[in-house]
Ligand binder design. Structure first.
Ligand code: 3H9
Length: 666
């Protein structure tokens, strides 16, 4: 396989990597670099060397598909050491993204030239890894401890102009003249000669490392990789270079062999796989979406609108009452302004986005929209009425989407004369923040409507997943299999705090009862205080509605920080007394078995029924919609790690009907 070519242009030798789509460092690229540089180094006519890439990007990293497979081709570090040891100056010419092993390759080159649009970074931490080819040792020698620690532990790429200011890029090239500019630069450097990064000294203060840990303590809870990255950068400050490399290698191998990185690498591909619709050609023509209508200016409708406005897509938002419309538009503005204060937008951008928003009290104003998303009250009758009206108003070919989180899309579609244009687009609250979008495929949804809804999701920065019609689709359907046993455990003697802690220790952002309090306990409550048939009824009857009135399963202070509530506990005790259950000790393990294992089981049922295309889509839903810890890879991946045999045994012991496919796997 020939993925590296070379060329001698007068006295400058050019090595070109061409390994689409992202020029990853597959074994044949490492081989090609080894051979190409070998040739350039041996040739006395060569006075300087340029490394550049064909296609849309510089090397975007190691080839992740090779991880975990038997090694092939030359050792990457050996190739890098050979480049760094060159006695002729070596220039990396960077466009697109120089990421991970790609940036590490650029760091062994003695100088770096980049186009203004390029980005440079070490995103390994997002794969549960660290730069394992010298990045943690060379980066602090080029940009200093603080910048290196930040780049390694957060994994965010740096735009080329900023990289130049940091000293990571030495020279900016013209956006369209990189190849020539790099050769000219290399020629200029012949007199200066090589500048091996390993020989430079580390600058900066390690106090920055502790500051990063303190600032990100919450975000990094449960993660191993950010800390390992920082340990390596810190090692660079006190170990000789080769010792530092050994330290980095050992840390890298530890992470690579662990389950966190396996989960995060799996998610990298799962996320990309989710965008694919089985049986659809890649080039299926899509419908044009240039103007969007949103019905409902409440929390969901407002959040949904913000996604489109932020991508320069005009939105018409419709409400029934002027006061609600004004409030909804006001909230959108307030949210944007708050982001502007944090530096995410400029004041002009906020005005620009608000300028794209039209508000209206009439559905008639949606007549020219290409996509209309309904986000009204969760009632089948109300939704049917809205869709019936849309059918008479919207232009032919417009996509009619419902943001319902539970209801049957087919029934909604049947209230129109164009069920082929109807699809579910289920956003997660807050809709402008949460990355998940469940795209619900109705029985009659046209292929191009489904594909367009998925593409729209991608355009507005969501991870979109196809779901089939069933109660609660993928995410909420699995959620309910957790909520029911959690309630039952309360009756048997566990406390809300104990159950929630098991979930937060597992890595979830909140437990089942914290989530119920956030959503509101009175949602769907029958509103009859005399009718107490569940713990939820008892809490509502006592006026405990959740965070909204600072009393739910927990008591909340004015900052909405919850503490266990004696009153809630005694309401639970009283309710237990009306049942014939006696209180007993509940172990944390039992909580895992009874609340998490049923979710895995439900995932298998969803797959059996064809309501999700693949197991990894279910994992994507739980990671991006509900905050399942990415380092545990989602419920399906975690189920395999935990052991399907163990799960089946516990489910059967607890009287849960086990999915046939799960049984078969056990
Ligand atoms: C590393 O470098 C370790 C070293 O420190 C040490 C070693 C000792 N490998 O995202 P896209 C595929 S770790 C294999 O849709 P975009 C991807 O699956 C690595 N395949 O495009 C997809 O395939 P398909 C550190 C890869 O334009 C196709 O390329 N580097 C890799 O939206 C297009 O990808 C990273 O973590 C890879 N490294 O974004 C960077 N990367 O079409 C990871 C991509 O079949 N990559 N593919 O679905 C990215 O962040 C984005 O892909 C990138 C392009 C920004 C480059």
């Amino acid at each position: 396989m020939q993925s590296v070519s070379t060329q001698l242009i007068d006295d400058v030798f050019v090595v070109v990597v061409d390994n689409p789509p992202v020029n990853a460092l597959s074994w044949h690229v490492r081989q090609g670099l080894h051979d190409g540089f070998g040739q350039g180094l041996a040739d006395p006519a060569v006075k300087a060397i340029v490394l550049r890439c064909a296609g849309s990007t510089f090397i975007a990293g190691a080839d992740i598909t090779e991880f975990g497979k038997p090694p092939q081709g030359p050792d990457f570090n050996a190739v890098l050491n050979m480049i760094e040891a060159s006695d002729k100056p070596v220039v990396a010419a960077i466009h697109g993204t120089a990421l991970g092993g790609g940036l590490e390759t650029a760091l062994v080159c003695h100088y770096r030239i980049a186009v203004p649009s390029a980005k440079l970074g070490v995103p390994e931490v997002k794969l549960g890894l660290l730069p394992g080819a010298g990045g943690t040792q060379r980066l602090p020698r080029v940009v200093g401890v603080e910048a290196a620690a930040t780049m390694c532990s957060l994994g965010e790429p740096v735009p080329a102009p900023k990289a130049e200011a940091m000293g990571l890029v030495d020279r900016m090239a013209g956006e369209n003249s990189l190849a020539e500019d790099a050769i000219a630069y290399a020629r200029e450097l012949i007199a200066a000669g090589p500048r091996p990064t390993r020989e430079r000294s580390v600058t900066g203060d390690i106090a920055a490392i502790e500051q990063l840990k303190a600032a990100n303590a919450r975000k990094w809870r449960g993660f191993e990789a950010p800390y390992a990255n920082l340990a390596c950068v810190e090692a660079a400050t006190h170990l000789p270079f080769d010792e530092g490399l050994k330290f980095e290698r050992a840390e890298f191998l530890k992470l690579m062999g662990g389950s966190q990185s396996a989960a995060q690498r799996y998610m990298f591909f799962a996320e990309r796989q989710a965008a694919k619709i089985d049986g659809f050609p890649k080039d299926l023509p899509l419908r044009d979406v240039k103007k969007v209508g949103v019905i409902g200016a409440g929390t969901m409708g407002g959040g949904i609108s913000m996604n489109f406005l932020a991508k320069d897509i005009p939105v018409t938002i419709v409400e029934m009452v002027q006061e609600n419309l004004d409030r909804g538009v006001g909230v959108i503005r307030k949210n944007y302004e708050a982001s502007a204060v944090k530096g995410r937008f400029t004041a002009e951008q906020v005005e620009g986005m608000m300028g794209l928003l039209t508000s209206s009290l009439s559905l008639d104003d949606l007549a020219d929209c290409d996509l209309v998303i309904e986000a009204v009250y969760e009632s089948m009758d109300v939704k049917k009425e809205v869709f019936g009206k849309l059918d008479t108003i919207c232009k032919p070919g417009a996509i009619l989407a419902s943001n319902t989180s539970y209801l049957n899309i087919d029934e909604i579609a049947a209230s129109t004369s164009r069920p082929q244009d109807v699809v579910g687009m289920h956003f997660f609250s807050p809709a402008n923040v949460m990355k998940l979008l469940e795209v619900v495929r109705g029985e009659k949804t046209a292929d191009d409507v489904l594909a367009t809804a998925m593409a729209v999701g991608k355009k507005i920065g969501k991870v979109a997943v196809v779901a089939g019609v069933c109660h609660g689709f993928i995410g909420n359907r699995m959620l309910s299999t957790r909520q029911q046993p959690a309630m039952q455990l309360l009756l048997e003697g566990a406390t809300p705090a104990q159950i929630d802690k098991v979930h937060t220790d597992f890595g979830m952002p909140m437990g089942p009862f914290q989530m119920s309090d956030l959503a509101g306990l009175d949602i769907g409550w029958h509103r009859d205080p005399a009718r107490v048939e569940s713990i939820r009824d008892a809490l509502c009857a006592a006026g405990r509605f959740g965070q909204k009135n600072r009393k739910g399963f927990y008591d909340y202070d004015e900052k909405r920080v919850g503490t266990p509530s004696d009153e809630a506990l005694s309401i639970i005790e009283e309710f237990r007394a009306t049942s014939n259950l006696s209180k007993r000790e509940i172990s944390d393990q039992e909580i895992v078995e009874r609340t998490l294992y049923p979710m895995v089981n439900e995932g298998y049922k969803i797959l059996e029924e064809g309501k999700a295309q693949r197991a990894s889509d279910i994992d994507v839903v739980w990671i991006y919609g509900y905050g399942w810890p990415i380092y545990r890879g989602g419920p399906m991946f975690w189920g395999d790690l935990e052991g399907t045999g163990k799960i089946v045994e516990a489910l059967e012991r607890n009287g849960v009907k086990v999915a046939e496919s799960l049984k078969a796997k056990a």
